[in-house]
Ligand binder design. Sequence first.
Ligand SMILES: [Zn+2]
Length: 281
Amino acid sequence: MKSEIEGYLRMLSHKELNPVNYSLELINYKEITKKSAQGELKTSLPINDLLGKNICITFYDEIRCVDCGKITKKSFAGGSCYNCLLSLASNDFCILKPSECHFHKGTCREEEWGKAHCFQKHIVYLANSTGIKVGITKENPFSKRWVDQGAIAGLPLLEVKSRLESGLLELEIAKYVPDKSSWQKLISEDSGFIDLEKKSKEILELIDWKKFDFHPQVLSPKITEITYPIRSYPLKKKSLKPNFNEPLNSELLGIKGQYLLFPEGGMNIRSLSGYKVKINY
Ligand SMILES: [Zn+2]
């Protein structure tokens, strides 16, 4: 191991689909004090190249909020401090449950943010992550969302004009297919084939359209297939947490979704956003 980088973790970024080409993203700041941090500087490390090699991740006992840059003892909702968790619209409960979008009640935490993010084209999709699941996204391309979930295939089903509409449809479809996947399966096995096109036809027949006072557009069921850079899976179905006393020094077996795979288990990088680390490779 000859190289070393240091900074605050962010979600893995990626491009291409077969296989997905990942980069580990670290943030540093131009100005940093105990109370604040400003001027983000990004370092990207292409990590597909490190497959089969040992990397060493040292966790400092320090987290900086991904929203405001302040030091926080604990992080919530993918790297936010408690204050940002409670105040930002991007951290509101309706982000996890889009069917509970409450903009129309005039209670959005940040009206401008809500207008910009929740009132644009959203799609409802089917994906095969660890089995079939339904989900929604406004990502462009849609496949960005599917890769972050570790799905091996995705199919756009319906298009609507707002987050709330997509959430209501998702809720309806979740009667017939799950809206969750299993991280234990994700980090331990390849998903089997599912005929998403056939499933999509079945689901469109089952939806109770009368319930909705808006008109979703049915999309052409074009399947996107995705493969991940994986040499082998971890020996244990374990979610690796930061150990501040001992670095993780291990062989990178693969990358799937937002997980780095090591013999000891999978490390969910998204959930560690904001953590300060040193990486030797
Ligand atoms: Zn914050």
